[in-house]
Design a protein around this ligand. Structure first.
Ligand code: F3S
Length: 63
């Protein structure tokens, strides 16, 4: 599984970082998230799916 955050959609709601703190990091500058893990390890996949479901902006892209 691969994951990325669409920087144009992210509005800094932070729910992704709560669901999968190992994968999503919030910028100190604008509060927007980036995925610091591109290839998601199997044991974090469910957390990443949960993050994608919880993002109000649908900014998290899973492939
Ligand atoms: Fe951004 Fe959505 Fe996370 S808006 S900070 S990707 S919950």
């Amino acid at each position: 599984m691969k994951v990325r955050v669409d920087p144009d959609r992210c509005q800094g709601h932070t729910l992704c970082a709560m669901a999968a703190p190992e994968v999503f990091e919030l910028s100190d500058i604008d509060g927007h998230a980036t995925a610091v893990v591109e290839d998601v390890p199997a044991h974090l996949e469910e957390n990443v799916r949960e993050a994608a479901r919880s993002c109000p902006e649908q900014a998290i892209e899973i492939s």
